[in-house]
Design a protein around this ligand. Structure first.
Ligand code: F6P
Length: 528
């Protein structure tokens, strides 16, 4: 443990401050030493070189043979061809024009003078960025209220629809880069039926954000939807907030997307510097590498001490874990990489799990996000000379100190205010840090093979359900679960078949289970 004087010196030695953005980064409470930094110098040289190549259009995602171009979204001239530059600029202009027409009523629903609400349907990167930005930046009384359907949960869809008081003035964004992800497709079909049930022509309320010629794009084109915005294969879902995926919902809510892009661009300029101590993303990557020994040995606890940044941790879960959580490295070696991310907000979480952080298993490092401005008006005094914001600040600094005293590391990112520029900068900071860290540990941060496995497994279950129903309809008599499995030619899938039948039975889908539910093997199954 360093004494106060030495610690103050360390804080100043390692402090990164971006004057234009008013952003500070403090990694002084990560207990690495100079020899550690030295040991990573050559890895950082390579990381900086990889990143420079990536920005020039290298195939930085070799597994999918794709470029990685999210930085071009906020600096179109960086794009490797004039065509791409043009596409980025034109899409941005199309987004602004559309949002403007919706706000002025030039574009309005068939039976109303204005759109008042948005249902945004999407999942993963097609929801988490938009949700984080909506929570962080939407005005207290936005021109349109946004609601998210980000799952295929029937009750969840009903819940969102129950909160819409007038579908006839509600715009529907269907966001899916691939245009084929099952969950948003299900959401779209259910919402389409809700519009039809009210005799509303869905195509007059629907907007697509998807890759050109995707299934979704084809549907939007053939049905003549209100608008279609392009998403590119060189922008990953988890780095798509600065593409139409994030900018369309943000612009419709009246959020200054140009400022968001500007903040991201300013941060990109700062994180392009090939000099560790003057590059905030490199400093983060260094801190992460130190904490988990380059193997993700410690979790990243994200603790913004600001309600509006509540969803930052959920956003980072995908950005960090879908990028770094990989089985193999770029040489095909099994490495099981990753950094687990969790957290909500401070000081609230101090009344939930900070007890474990302070005294329990030391398997994490904390990332505190400090916002200097309490609110946009004068605060009332709680006690003489003290405001609620003083408490928030005190809790943050106190928690940081309490963790450090008990040998728990932390990083502190400080911004002066949550606004489109600083949110854009935060997103850009973490996108770059993930990219640099991935180079340090030699993995591809830009594909997600593991997710395909989940999608395939779901398809197997749905196929099994069809087979089981066919057996029941053919046999037309009560059968045991093992008889059904055998007749379906899937005897090794007997447990999955039992689970499917239980789900169908619970939802009155024409299947009845009879017998002792505690003894599934003894149940008989019949059509109702
Ligand atoms: O935007 P899409 O293509 O529907 O994909 C949604 C999400 O699913 C994934 O492809 C896999 O989780 C994410 O990378 C992506 O953000």
């Amino acid at each position: 443990m360093m004494d106060a004087k030495a610690l103050w010196q360390r804080y100043q030695d390692w402090l990164y401050y971006h004057e234009g953005l008013g952003l500070y980064l403090d990694i002084s409470r990560m207990r690495f030493d100079d020899s550690f930094v030295e040991s990573l110098q050559s890895k950082f040289d390579k990381a900086f070189a990889d990143m420079a190549a990536l920005e020039k259009g290298a195939i930085a995602n070799p597994d999918e043979n794709r470029m990685v171009g999210h930085y071009w979204l906020r600096n179109p001239d960086l794009a490797p061809s004039p065509e791409l530059t043009q596409e980025i600029v034109q899409t941005l202009e199309q987004i602004e024009a559309f949002a403007d027409q919706v706000h002025t009523g030039a574009v309005h629903p068939p039976k109303e003078s204005r759109f008042t609400d948005i249902i945004s349907i999407g999942i993963g990167g097609s929801a988490l960025g938009p949700q984080f930005v909506a929570e962080a930046l939407s005005p207290d009384s936005p021109p349109l209220n946004i609601h998210f359907i980000d799952n295929t949960d029937p009750r969840g869809i009903d819940r969102v629809l129950s909160q819409i008081n007038n579908l006839a003035s509600t715009l529907v964004l269907v966001i899916s880069k691939s245009g084929g992800t099952p969950e948003p497709r299900n959401g779209m079909i259910e919402v389409k039926k809700a519009y039809a049930a009210k005799n509303l022509d869905f195509s007059k309320y629907a907007v697509a954000v998807t890759g050109p010629d995707s299934n979704l794009d084809k549907v939007a084109k053939s049905e003549g939807w209100l608008a279609r915005f392009s998403m590119y294969d060189w922008v990953g879902g988890r780095t798509s907030e600065m593409s139409a995926v994030g900018l369309v919902p943000a612009a419709l809510q009246g959020i200054d997307i140009r400022a968001m892009l500007e903040g991201a661009k300013e941060m990109d300029d700062a994180t392009r510097v090939a000099d560790l101590k003057n590059n905030p993303a490199a400093l983060l990557a260094l801190a992460w590498y130190y904490s988990g020994k380059g193997k993700g040995g410690k979790d990243m606890v994200v603790l913004p001490y600001k309600d509006s940044l509540l969803l930052f941790s959920r956003y980072l879960q995908q950005l960090v874990m879908e990028s770094l959580g990989k089985e193999k490295d770029l040489d095909g070696k099994i490495v099981y990489q990753g950094i687990a991310v969790y957290g909500n907000k401070g000081s609230t979480d101090q009344h939930a799990y900070v007890q474990q952080l302070r005294e329990g298993v030391p398997n994490f490092f904390a990332t505190l996000i400090e916002v200097l401005e309490d609110r946009q008006r004068k605060s009332p005094e709680i006690d003489p000379g003290v405001t609620s914001g003083d408490y928030l600040c005190g809790f943050l600094l106190g928690t940081r100190q309490a963790l450090y005293e008990n040998n728990r590391d932390s990083i502190t990112v400080t911004i002066h205010q949550v606004n489109p520029r600083t949110v854009g900068a935060l997103i850009a900071l973490y996108e770059r840090a993930v990219g640099l860290y991935a180079s340090l540990v030699n993995i591809n941060a830009y594909h997600q093979p593991g997710v395909e496995a989940g999608k395939k497994a779901a398809a197997v279950i749905l196929d099994l359900q069809q087979k089981v129903m066919t057996v029941l309809q053919t046999e037309r008599k009560a059968l045991s679960i093992s008889e059904i499995a055998d007749k379906a030619g899937a005897s090794e899938q007997i447990e999955a078949i039992y689970k499917i039948l239980r789900h169908l039975h619970t939802n009155n889908r024409g299947v009845v289970l009879t017998g002792d539910l505690a003894k599934p093997g003894s149940l008989t199954v019949s059509l109702s």
